[in-house]
Ligand binder design. Structure first.
Ligand code: SAM
Ligand code: SF4
Ligand code: SF4
Length: 346
């Protein structure tokens, strides 16, 4: 049977967002994401022919829209490394049902002209990543010597192009950049930019994640509140990942993405498409489902729709909640509190 209506998973969660990784390459080597010892000159990145091409990305986005997806997020790797990105964006923006197209970038290639082209093509919003306002610290985190001041220039380019409200993501790691909470908050107060602090997550296997490295939402709020009173605000949309807070003095808004200390799996409506066309139904998925294979073997739209719908209907993921329950039940027994991969399903 062909499915063209909205689908829900085993926990009654609809499929609403599709995050599309456009490339596995990046011009940064953030120590917690693509550490140089694992992503050095020896590392084999995907050959171009392996990546989904624009026709394939557009086709899968259109079929996903038929199943209820309204929002696309273009990410990576570094998505701006993908040539002619504005051409792809224009094609995605023309898909019926797609209401919102966002981009997550490190900002290094977001010139004013590129920002304007992307805006004209149909990007609504941009999120830039910046883990420290201090140039030297940021250079050491991205490990390519890229200064924070240049990312701030990219933030300005995005704003000038009307790609707003611009968001800035800051991943916090204890012992690395938690002392940047206040300087970051103070830099973006009164600017209209929404700064979002993100708890460091145990994605992948390369970042050597430990629970004690996580700076929790509670600590972030307390740190800011001690200097600038803030009040919790209601969510903009159901299933929103960030907790929203307003400065009491009207200086703007900040967000906190508490994926570790306050998991939000219950409202998780996101699927992820890897650069080679595997569909993941959870950020912590170990195996994606190959969509590119059947697509390149000649599957019809109806067959691909059934494949996507079937994967979503079978979805039971709630990794962060399970890790949270496990951590709570172990409290006092294990200072680490880290859930074992063997428990979570490898
Ligand atoms: N290169 C682009 C960028 O940095 O914005 C897009 C891809 S990057 C993987 C997307 C976001 O994931 C960035 O904001 C990055 O800081 C965040 N990220 C990467 N590893 C993370 C982790 N272990 N925990 C939390 N966020 C992480
Ligand atoms: Fe590249 Fe983004 Fe990962 Fe940093 S966080 S290494 S910029 S993909
Ligand atoms: Fe969604 Fe998986 Fe993250 Fe839970 S752990 S919020 S299911 S991506």
């Amino acid at each position: 049977m062909t499915s063209t209506a909205a689908v829900t998973d085993t926990r009654a969660r609809a499929l609403r967002d599709l995050r599309i990784s456009l490339t596995d390459r990046c011009n940064f080597r953030c120590t917690y994401c693509m550490p140089r010892h694992l992503f050095g000159s020896e590392h084999l990145f995907l050959p171009r022919a392996e990546l989904l091409d624009f026709d394939e990305i557009e086709r899968l986005s259109r079929l996903a829209a038929g199943l209820g997806v309204t929002k696309l997020r273009l990410t990576g790797g570094e998505p701006l490394l993908r040539r002619d990105l504005d051409v792809l964006v224009a094609r995605l923006a023309a898909i019926e049902g797609i209401e919102d197209i966002c981009l997550t970038t490190n900002g290094s290639l977001l010139t004013e002209q590129r920002a304007r082209e992307l805006r004209a093509a149909g990007i609504n919003r941009v999120t830039l990543s910046l883990d420290a306002i201090d140039d030297e610290l940021f250079k050491s985190i991205n490990d390519v010597g890229y200064p924070a001041s240049k990312v701030l220039a990219a933030v300005d380019n995005a704003r000038a192009a009307g790609l707003g409200p611009v968001k800035v993501n800051c991943v916090l790691q204890r012992g690395v950049n938690e002392h940047q909470i206040l300087p970051m908050a103070e830099h973006f107060r009164h600017t209209g930019v929404v700064l979002r602090f993100i708890e460091f997550m145990d994605v992948g296997t390369s970042n050597g994640w430990r629970m004690e490295q996580v700076v929790t939402a509670r600590e972030i709020v307390d740190t800011i509140r001690a200097v600038h009173p803030i009040t919790r605000a209601a969510a903009n949309t159901p299933g929103e990942t960030a907790n929203r807070w307003h400065y009491d003095d009207g200086a703007g808004e900040i967000g906190i993405i508490a994926s570790v200390s306050q998991p939000f799996c219950g409202g998780c409506t996101r699927a992820r498409l890897s650069a080679i066309g595997e569909l993941y139904t959870c950020l912590f998925g170990v195996h994606g489902r190959d969509i590119r294979g059947p697509m390149r073997a000649g599957a019809t739209d109806a067959e691909l729709t059934d494949l996507l719908a079937g994967i979503w209907r079978a979805r039971d993921d709630r990794y962060s909640e399970i890790r949270g329950e496990q951590t709570a039940s172990r409290r006092g027994k294990d200072a680490d509190g880290r859930v074992e991969m063997s428990y979570i399903g490898g």
